[in-house]
Design a protein around this ligand. Sequence first.
Ligand SMILES: [Zn+2]
Length: 101
Amino acid sequence: MPTCQNCKSHWSWKQTLRSQFVFDTGMKCPFCNSKQYLNAKTRKKFFLSLIIVLLLMIFPAFFNISPVISVILIFVLAALSLLIYPFYTELTNEEPTLDTK
Ligand SMILES: [Zn+2]
């Protein structure tokens, strides 16, 4: 579970999920109200999972899988990644910059 880099409090699964649904670049710590951001490692994991979902979307075209099943599969995967999201989230105090080294 993520730890606030400002007050070192551990966020619960529910708090992490809730802070995700804020249309802002940062997430507010429920304990100290400081802004927290996803670190580079977490953002890389998100990018990878996005690629996997995209690959799964074109997958049925090659293997003759029914579109209904592939849509269900994508939804299940999206729900699963949302459920496990708080477990691999790591936070940082610094706002991420666009340049990825
Ligand atoms: Zn905090």
